[in-house]
Design a protein around this ligand. Structure first.
Ligand code: ATP
Ligand code: MG
Length: 270
């Protein structure tokens, strides 16, 4: 059961306390209310899914968490503190990494260089420092390289590390984007439709990597996914959105049995 100290999942994993909490978040774009007074939390070690029909406000929600959008109303709590409005790079520095619904990689750069960009938030030495104190910049570079190589091994993309991303098939690009996010060593990993457009085999691979990341690094994951089979298999708890509102929140079994959720998916008129 769930309490302040966490809960144990059906497959026996220990979930911790609150990592991030959204309180009464509303996001407006002119007259459009993309998010309408939504609250939920994400706990340490959890795999949390956000589902809902097209235009429900799922990506907008991820964009609020990652600092790409500032909510019109409401509070974001992260690691026990209220988070003031922040720029995306500031949120990234606090340990939040993401992938995008539409892949956002540097197509002309190699896989290795793309994954290296994931380390940018950890790079402290600027140009001046590099000139004055070469040793420190070099140590930092070595450390960044080592971490990137570990991620590349983990996601089994060693054989394409020197390949320009533009030449890769779609499924592998998605994996490279995951690698770049992981290179940042995030506490919270946000994945916006990591399996969209993939074939069955690619989906199975991606599902396995997501579970392995959670298991191996203890990374808390919040993902948006349309494939209900995948959601039910992967996630510990699910938030269901429809027209900017939260219409369900619970374990996969709980939301599957929720009449509002069933109606939303069957397209019952509101
Ligand atoms: N930058 C923006 N400017 C104006 N309206 C926006 C913007 N971003 C999102 N919206 C609107 O907010 C609503 C929610 O969009 P959002 O992209 O969050 O939905 P979604 O659940 O991710 O949908 P999908 O499953 O299609 O990706 C939509 O009506 C969308 O048109
Ligand atoms: Mg979306």
């Amino acid at each position: 059961m769930m309490d302040g100290a966490g809960y144990v999942t059906a497959d026996g994993r220990q979930i911790g306390g609150e990592l991030l909490a959204l309180h009464n978040i509303t996001l407006r774009f002119g007259g459009v209310v993309a998010i309408n007074d939504i609250s939920f939390d994400i706990r340490e070690g959890e795999i949390r899914a956000i589902i809902g029909p097209n235009g429900a406000g799922k990506s907008s929600m991820l964009n609020v968490i990652s600092g790409f959008y500032t909510p019109s109303q409401g509070e974001v709590r992260y690691k026990g503190e209220t988070r003031p409005p922040m720029k995306p790079y500031e949120v990234a520095r606090m340990g939040v990494a993401r992938t995008f619904q539409n892949i956002a990689l540097f197509e002309g750069m190699t896989v290795l260089d793309n994954v290296m960009t994931g380390r940018l938030t950890h790079m402290n030495t600027g140009i001046a420092q590099q000139a004055l104190w070469w040793g420190r910049a070099r140590d930092e570079e070595m450390e960044n390289r080592a971490k990137v190589e570990r991620v590349i091994d983990f996601l089994e993309i060693q054989n394409i590390r020197k390949t320009p991303v533009g030449r890769l098939p779609y499924g592998l690009k998605k994996r490279v984007e995951l690698a770049r996010a992981l290179a940042a060593e995030p506490s919270l990993l946000l994945l916006d439709e990591p399996m969209a457009g993939m074939n069955v085999e690619e989906k199975e691979d991606m599902s396995r990597f997501i579970l392995d990341v959670n298991d191996e690094f203890g990374t808390t994951i919040c993902l948006i996914e349309h494939d209900m089979g995948v959601v039910m298999d992967l996630s510990d708890r699910v938030v269901v959105m429809d027209y900017g509102k939260k219409i369900g929140d619970g374990t996969p079994d709980e939301v599957r049995g929720n009449q509002d959720v069933i109606d939303a998916y069957l397209g019952v008129s509101h």
